[in-house]
Design a protein around this ligand. Structure first.
Ligand SMILES: Cc1cc2nc3c(=O)[nH]c(=O)nc-3n(C[C@H](O)[C@H](O)[C@H](O)COP(=O)(O)OP(=O)(O)OC[C@H]3O[C@@H](n4cnc5c(N)ncnc54)[C@H](O)[C@@H]3O)c2cc1C
Length: 367
C-alpha cells in the first residue's frame, strides 16, 4: 500500500475502552489532539461491554449502554470517521478503510478490540452470533424477542458465557439455553465463584455442559468427540478473544495468536504506532475491559508526548475485580481469592458501570 494523502498527524482506530478514557482525559485536562487528527470507528457510538448483559436481560436500553463518539472527538479537536480499517501498512504509515479511502498518518493508535474465537468446523447449517461486535448480537436479540427460538446454544465457559446465558434465559423465557464449556466453568476465577455460578445457572434452568468442547457443526447439530450433543436454532459465541486478520499482515510484530505486541509504553514494534486493549498483547494483561480502561490514561499521555520522548509506563494491576451480571440485578463477584454473590454485588456493578457511562458521555448537540 503506497503512502497516501490525506496525511493525518494522529489517527485513532476503534472507539474502545482505552480510547474513550484517553479522549475523556484530554478533555478534562483541556488538551487537544493535533489539528487534523481523526478517530475512526466502525459505528458512530462505542458500546460498554459491562452493561451488554443487562441490555440483553431487559434491564437497560441500548442508549444507556452506548456512548456517542462524535461529541468526544469534537471536544478533542478531532473528526469522527465512521468507517472500518481493512488493512494497515505499518512500514509506509498508511491505513486502508472499507470505504476505499487510504490515509497516511504521523502517529497511529489502535484500540479496535477482538473477535470471538471460532475453533471448530462448521458447514454453515446454523447461524453463528458473536458476543462481539455488540451491534450484531443486539440486532439478533431483537429478532429473537419477536420470534423466540426454541433452543440457543452458547459456547464459552468464561464470564461472558455465564452472563449471556443468564440474560437470555430471563429475556427469552420460552427458549431453552444450553451453555457449553471447553474446560470447567470459570477456570480463571476462584473455585467458589464457579460453584456459585453453577448454582445460579441451575436455578435459571440453563443446561450447563462442562468439559464438552464443540468440535464441529454439521446438519444443524453440535458435535463433541464425534457425537451429536445438541440441535439448537442458533449458536452464540462467547469464546474469548481472537485477533482481527489485518493485524497479522500489518507489518507489526504480533504474538502467536495475532495480537499486536506492545511494550509497557503501549508502543508496538513501530515507534509511531501504539495499541491498547484487546487488540494488543502485553505480558500479565488479560483481554478484558478493566485492563483496557487502565491503559487509557497512559495512552492519553504517550500519544501527545511521543514527539518529546517522555513516555509513561503502564503497569497491569495484579488482580482485577470481576462482577458478573446475573440479569436480575444481582451479580457474582470475585477479587483475588474472594468470591461472593448477591444483590449488594449487583448494586456495586450497576454503580460502577453507570459511573463509567456518566464520566465518558458528553451531551450530543441539541440535547
Ligand atoms: C458479553 C460480554 C461482557 C463483558 N463484560 C466485561 C466486564 O464486565 N468487564 C470486563 O473487564 N470485560 C468484559 N468483557 C470483555 C470486554 O468486552 C473487552 O475486553 C473490552 O471490550 C475490550 O475493550 P477494547 O478497549 O479493547 O475495545 P472494544 O471495547 O472491543 O472496542 C473496540 C471498538 O473498535 C471498533 N472496531 C473494531 N474493529 C474496527 C476496525 N477494523 N475499524 C474501525 N473500528 C473498529 C469497534 O466497533 C469498537 O467500537 C465482556 C465481553 C463480553 C462479550
Amino acid at each position: 500500500m503506497p503512502t497516501s494523502t490525506p496525511q493525518a498527524p494522529l489517527i485513532m482506530v476503534g472507539g474502545g475502552h482505552a480510547h474513550l478514557v484517553a479522549l475523556r482525559q484530554w478533555i478534562a485536562n483541556g488538551q487537544r489532539a493535533p489539528a487534523g487528527s481523526l478517530l475512526v470507528n466502525a459505528q458512530p457510538y462505542a458500546w460498554y461491554s459491562g452493561m451488554l448483559p443487562g441490555l440483553l436481560a431487559g434491564r437497560f436500553t441500548a442508549a444507556q449502554c452506548s456512548i456517542e463518539l462524535a461529541p468526544l472527538a469534537a471536544a478533542c479537536g478531532m473528526q469522527l470517521i465512521c468507517d472500518e480499517l481493512l488493512a494497515l501498512d505499518a512500514h509506509n504509515q498508511a491505513i486502508l478503510l472499507a470505504s476505499g479511502k487510504r490515509m497516511g498518518f504521523a502517529r497511529l493508535s489502535l484500540n479496535s478490540g477482538a473477535l470471538p474465537v471460532i475453533d471448530f468446523n462448521t458447514d454453515g447449517s446454523l447461524p453463528l452470533v458473536g458476543a462481539k461486535p455488540f451491534p450484531g448480537i443486539v440486532q439478533q436479540w431483537r429478532t429473537w424477542q419477536a420470534q423466540p427460538p426454541a433452543h440457543l446454544a452458547i459456547l464459552g465457559g468464561g464470564a461472558a458465557g455465564v452472563e449471556l446465558a443468564l440474560a437470555l434465559r430471563l429475556s427469552l423465557p420460552q427458549t431453552t439455553v444450553s451453555l457449553f464449556c471447553r474446560h470447567a466453568l470459570l477456570t480463571s476465577h476462584p473455585l467458589r465463584l464457579a460453584r456459585l455460578a453453577r448454582a445460579r445457572l441451575g436455578k435459571a434452568n440453563v443446561k450447563l455442559h462442562e468439559k464438552l468442547p464443540i468440535e464441529r457443526i454439521s446438519d444443524g447439530q453440535l458435535y463433541s468427540d464425534g457425537h451429536a450433543v445438541a440441535q439448537p436454532d442458533a449458536v452464540v459465541l462467547a469464546t474469548g478473544a481472537a485477533a482481527a486478520d489485518w493485524q497479522a499482515t500489518s507489518g507489526l510484530e504480533c504474538d502467536a495468536q495475532g495480537f499486536i505486541r506492545i511494550d509497557a509504553q503501549l508502543r508496538s514494534s513501530h515507534p509511531c504506532i501504539f495499541a491498547a486493549g484487546d487488540c494488543a498483547s502485553l505480558p500479565d494483561t488479560p483481554h478484558a475491559g478493566v485492563y483496557a480502561v487502565r491503559q487509557g490514561p497512559v495512552l492519553a499521555h504517550n500519544l501527545l508526548a511521543a514527539a518529546q520522548g517522555s513516555l509513561q509506563h503502564y503497569q497491569p494491576q495484579p488482580r482485577a475485580l470481576a462482577l458478573l451480571a446475573c440479569g436480575d440485578g444481582r451479580a457474582l463477584l470475585s477479587y483475588g481469592a474472594l468470591a461472593t454473590q448477591g444483590r449488594l454485588a449487583g448494586q456495586l456493578k450497576d454503580w460502577l458501570d453507570l459511573r463509567f457511562m456518566r464520566a465518558h458521555r458528553l451531551p450530543v448537540q441539541g440535547d
